[in-house]
Design a binder for this molecule. Structure first.
Ligand code: PEP
Ligand code: MN
Length: 284
């Protein structure tokens, strides 16, 4: 494993009281608590596509028991011709969704020039997989002082991931969530989008006091796999999930971004009911 001296601010070693177990740094984002005993669930649309879509999904995920609302206003898309997000208008919709539901909002920031704007609305800033090693962005986000959700780069080692988190911590933000979102794996291409690296969760928790969550949506790319993989991730030590959701009456093809991997609120409710029920003897 890596060298703790590369990430002393977030390392487990040397932190009094943390060495002998997997206890995490616990912190709150609005009403959501991360790193405590029960898994924390972040849910919502991939992208904010319209006011009606986002408010509808926000209410549905709240009713299903989610702790936090996700939704991208600025989207990192592979093709420059794909929908790029509603930008500023998307942020305004997210603010309205928070006001209606009380759910704290996590949304992605991709550009150092937009950190201030995104901070006007976000309760937690998301750094996407593609930006995990965008060091100027990590520093700027760290200076902003809001909690940060840091996705693992799609081919990053634990060491690289933790060093990226250390940039944020060194810039002034201690409240960082790590999210395993699947890694590039040539043998899985064709039946899933990525490969959820279940093996990485406990070793990462052994290295750092930061909470580690999993993303069953981007790792699989398939809505039918999300309930299975959600349960597997919690079983493998994840301290929560970030899940993409579409409206109960929507079809995947009606969505401009990641419809195929988005589950319905009724399925989300089943997942939450299952993973929030502690199973005796399985706590790590
Ligand atoms: C997302 O969560 O919307 C996203 C783009 O995820 P990732 O950075 O993991 O691809
Ligand atoms: Mn997505």
């Amino acid at each position: 494993m890596g060298d703790h001296r590369s990430y002393p601010l977030i390392a487990r070693a040397g932190k009094d009281g943390y060495e002998n177990n997997l206890q995490s740094r616990t912190f709150s984002v609005g009403s959501a608590v991360f790193g405590a005993d029960l898994p924390t669930i972040i849910a919502g649309p991939c992208a904010v596509e319209s006011r009606e879509q986002t408010l509808g999904i926000a209410k549905a995920v709240k009713e299903a028991g989610a702790d936090c609302l996700r939704g991208g206003a600025f989207k990192p898309r592979t093709s420059p011709y794909s929908f790029q997000g509603l930008g500023r208008e998307g942020l305004e919709i997210l603010a309205e969704a928070r006001a209606e539901t009380g759910l704290p909002v996590v949304t992605e920031v991709m550009d150092v020039r937009l950190v201030e704007l995104v901070c006007e609305v976000a309760d937690m800033l998301q750094i996407g997989s593609r930006n995990m090693q965008n060091f100027p962005l990590l520093i700027e986000v760290g200076k902003a002082g809001k909690p940060v959700l840091l996705k693992r780069g799609m081919s990053a080692t634990i060491d690289e991931w933790l060093c990226a988190a250390e940039y944020i911590a060194l810039s002034g933000t201690a409240e960082i969530l790590l999210v395993e979102r699947g890694v590039r794996c040539s043998v899985s291409r064709g039946y899933t989008r990525n490969t959820l690296d279940l093996n990485v969760i406990v070793p990462t928790r052994e290295e750092t006091v930061l909470p580690v969550l999993a993303d069953p949506s981007h790792s699989t790319g398939r809505a039918d796999l999300v309930p299975w993989v959600s349960r597997a991730a919690i079983g493998a030590g994840a301290q929560g999930l970030i899940i993409e959701v579409i409206g109960e009456d929507m079809r995947p093809e009606d969505v401009r971004c990641d419809g195929a991997q988005s589950i319905k609120p009724s399925v989300l409710r089943e997942i939450i009911d299952t993973v929030k029920t502690p199973v005796p003897g399985t706590a790590v």
